[in-house]
Ligand binder design. Structure first.
Ligand SMILES: [Zn+2]
Length: 484
């Protein structure tokens, strides 16, 4: 934990020690414990909240804002504003998404949280902060049994402490009544309270919620039938116990907060052989639609092949270049599929590299696919000499690549064509979940979709898209060899 002193009486606790730059950034939670603006209830509403919400994927901060004798309006607001600005200014170093900063407050801390998203959208900037640029309005407010109103249902002690006054004017009461301070800049609010609360009536929440809805601002409210003031995680009440999970769901669904997934990445390699024209016209747009990458293994059969078969069935150099520009990987699949001696292998490899770099104007490939599937020792030697990173074999049985064990110049792969698609993937929802993606990467080989020249490796477009959509919809990520 890192502690930052804001002034003589206020400090910010930053629970960011476990963050390393290799992790994805996460939403931030600024915790404002209650205490009637007279003290900070850290033991119940500080530390325990850090533990709970850290586990739920938020990066936590606790603010000890100015209270009691040591402050008067707007000191507590200034501390809240400064804390939010500090989190945003250090977002990169602390692993925080700067526009995913939520505040959570309890009782009077709930008032301070809500004031940051209401009153602070109205007050002059210079009244709240000396920083002329950093935004300070939170992106969401989580309000727990909050004090919100300065009307007869409000909490008089909190109000007196907030202003540091014994006699309150009507003007003070109106300013304190946050249901009257909602603006178009007020962020979404999540509220929870208990009907039996005798200290801060639950009507504070109801009044504020209704004002939010009336102002067309987003709000969600949970009023539990039992429980006194300060119920924390419910003290044995299961209905109240679930509010932290509901609050996180609210941040995801109603505030658009982005939580990094802690599921292991389910990655598989997609590869496409023989430069079939529908790789450009049909396959690439579908992969783009679902956010997948792939390696296109290109070959350039000679004139004789072009005249015997339809040249219109092969990608042009411009189309190959376009796939590269769209972010796909272009791999080497030999020029003519003639692999014999080492000299022949060298000729085949460099003839295609020349075609790719000079005619298609794409980078020199680092991935290779053995034609026909089986690898050749001679070619493996050439690939090593030329610095290739990956070379793919192929078979009709469902083998998996194990990066920790297998030779990257002999990556086993599975050829997906119409027939074995049905043999294996009619049960795709059973087969894929049984794979340990921490240790294995499935590598799929496709030819044309459809494949007109080699009907035995045909794949029809309908089932292809169905397969890709299934993978995308179930959290799998299609990658190219270069992404391994
Ligand atoms: Zn081939």
């Amino acid at each position: 934990m890192k502690e930052i002193k804001l002034n003589e009486f206020a400090k910010l606790e930053c629970f960011v020690d476990d963050y390393s730059q290799s992790q994805p950034p996460a939403p931030a939670l600024l915790i404002l414990p209650g205490g009637g603006y007279g003290c900070i209830c850290y033991a119940t509403e500080g530390g325990p909240m850090v533990d709970r919400f850290s586990k739920l994927g938020l990066r936590c901060f606790v603010l000890h804002y100015r209270v009691g004798e040591n402050q008067a309006y707007p000191d507590a607001l200034r501390d809240g504003v400064e804390a939010i600005q500090l989190i945003r200014k250090n977002a990169k170093e602390w692993g925080v998404i700067p526009d995913n900063v939520a505040v959570i407050g309890f009782s009077a801390g709930g008032h301070l949280s809500a004031a940051l998203g209401t009153l602070c959208t109205k007050l002059p900037r210079e009244f709240l902060t000396d920083d002329a640029t950093t935004p300070y309005i939170p992106n969401a407010m989580l309000l727990s049994f909050p004090v919100l109103s300065g009307t007869e249902i409000g909490h008089v002690g909190s109000m007196k402490n907030f202003f540091h006054k014994n006699e309150l004017t009507q003007e003070d009461r109106d300013l304190f009544s946050l249901e009257k301070q909602i603006t178009d800049l007020t962020p979404p609010a999540f509220l929870w309270a208990t009907v039996e609360d005798q200290v801060v009536p639950f009507e504070n929440s109801v009044l504020f919620h209704n004002a939010m809805v009336k102002a067309k601002r987003t709000a969600e409210m949970h009023i539990f039938p039992a429980g006194v003031h300060g119920m924390q995680f419910g003290y044995g009440r299961n209905d109240i116990a679930r509010w932290p999970e509901q609050a996180v769901t609210f941040l995801k669904d109603s505030c658009g907060f982005k939580f990094p997934s802690n599921e292991p990445k389910k990655r598989f390699v997609l590869s496409f052989d023989d430069a079939v024209v529908n790789h450009y016209t049909f396959v690439a747009p579908i992969l783009k639609k679902y956010g997948f990458n792939a390696t296109f293994f290109v070959c350039n059969f000679d004139e004789k092949w072009h005249s015997e078969h339809s040249a219109a069935n092969l990608m042009t150099s411009e189309q190959i270049r376009s796939l590269h520009e769209q972010g796909f990987e272009i791999g080497n699949h030999t020029y003519n599929h003639n692999m014999g001696t080492k000299e022949e292998c060298e000729r085949e490899l460099s003839a295609l590299t020349d075609y790719l770099t000079q005619t298609c104007v794409v980078p020199e490939p680092t991935s290779f696919a053995y034609p026909g599937g089986p690898y050749s020792e001679a070619m493996a030697e050439v690939l090593k000499e030329k610095g290739y990173k990956y070379a793919r074999t192929a078979s009709d049985s469902f083998v998996l690549y194990k990066p920790a064990e297998d030779d990257p110049l002999r990556v086993p792969a599975f050829s997906v064509c119409y027939q074995n698609y049905f043999n294996y993937f009619s049960n795709v929802n059973k087969i894929l979940p049984s794979i340990d993606f921490e240790k294995n990467v499935p590598v799929f080989v496709f030819h044309g979709v459809p494949e007109l020249e080699h009907p035995w490796v045909n794949m029809d477009p309908y089932h292809f898209e169905h397969f890709i959509a299934f993978l995308a919809g179930n959290g799998y990520q299609g990658i190219a060899f270069k992404d391994l």
